[in-house]
Design a binder for this molecule. Sequence first.
Ligand SMILES: Cc1cc2nc3c(=O)[nH]c(=O)nc-3n(C[C@H](O)[C@H](O)[C@H](O)COP(=O)(O)OP(=O)(O)OC[C@H]3O[C@@H](n4cnc5c(N)ncnc54)[C@H](O)[C@@H]3O)c2cc1C
Length: 384
Amino acid sequence: MDFTLTDEQQLIVDTVRVFVERELLPHEDEVERLDEVPPDLAGQIREKAIAAGLYAANMPAELGGGGLDAVSLVLAERELGRASYALQMLVERPSNILQGCNEDQRSRYLIPAIRGERHDCVAMTEPGSGSDVRSMSTTASRDGDDYVINGTKHFISHADVADFVILFAATGTEAGGPKKKITAFLVDEDSPGLTVTRGPECVSNRGYHQCELSFSDCRVPAANLLGEEGRGFDLMSQWLGATRLTVAATSVGRARRVLEAVTKWAATRKQFGQPVGRFQGVGFQLADCATQLEAAELLALRAAAKCDRGTMTDADAAMAKLYASEMLGRVTDTAVQIFGGMGLMSPFPAERWWRDARVERIWDGTSEIQRHIIARSLLRPYGA
Ligand SMILES: Cc1cc2nc3c(=O)[nH]c(=O)nc-3n(C[C@H](O)[C@H](O)[C@H](O)COP(=O)(O)OP(=O)(O)OC[C@H]3O[C@@H](n4cnc5c(N)ncnc54)[C@H](O)[C@@H]3O)c2cc1C
């Protein structure tokens, strides 16, 4: 097996790395302090990302996107993951689910999203329905040429800067069971009956906000139904596989940055007359971090290679997401320990990395849900 990057892959890595260093990292402290990306700065970064050909890298080239295959995308997202979330997400990858748009929806939503003219957010989670997505209580009822939406979504990332929502709502129940039939819709944020409010402050990812969406008799044209009625869960599953690779890739990139910083520290911080990294108790922690980091990267790249061959399973994506996000948690926690007291001081980035890492084990399916997916795939051949 040859792990050498092709010239094209190396070029992608180098280009993204330079972009991150020049255009994103210098703004991290300001974003952290303000808990937002100033709109002018956000616009400039998006423009530069478009000019550098990095925007919408996940979208098909024939539609104006980067057309990267899954392995190249993991490599690009690994590099983006070095920067704080609010900044790296300005190099937008519109939701893959938008590839389910029909011709008319492409021109109104997908193409403008690829061009950076419009921005999407994805709304699945509700106060009463998190991991158990199919228990959602937001409903969409057909009324003439419209659907009428009622319900509440929460924890919806960057809905405060999005123009439209990829909304999942129940359009009935499956025959003979409590599971809801889920349908996806494209909902403009300025639709009458939709209210978007900022959610509570979150310890992870300052400047990248999550919001509550309240739908009260919100009318959406039937032309905005995405895919087929009742098939939204399939679209969602397809989208989640790709998103879990993104979580794995960005976790690996962030962990690499943290490990580089803490290794440098351990090599230069002296106590008892020698660098602290020379104490076996510290050096072994670095060794474990480095080993787990390499393992997470291989898992992510292997899942991506299978994705490119059309053989990636839900369990492959779940393993990559589970292991990489938990690895990042261990690496950032270990880093704080090795930085000592400085690791907890806010001018120092270690406490930010530690806080930011925490959400990766929760969003896009918690670690427990990933384990559930993996266990199910193991047991299924035995009929259990
Ligand atoms: C900052 C942030 C941003 C987010 N952004 C978005 C977004 O943009 N769009 C969106 O739709 N959602 C978003 N989410 C929601 C996120 O996907 C959910 O928080 C996540 O799926 C878990 O749901 P929950 O928080 O309701 O926890 P719950 O589902 O209530 O789970 C509570 C606990 O029970 C465990 N648990 C639940 N079911 C099982 C089971 N079957 N087996 C074992 N353990 C189980 C969970 O692992 C967890 O530990 C975001 C969340 C956060 C925190």
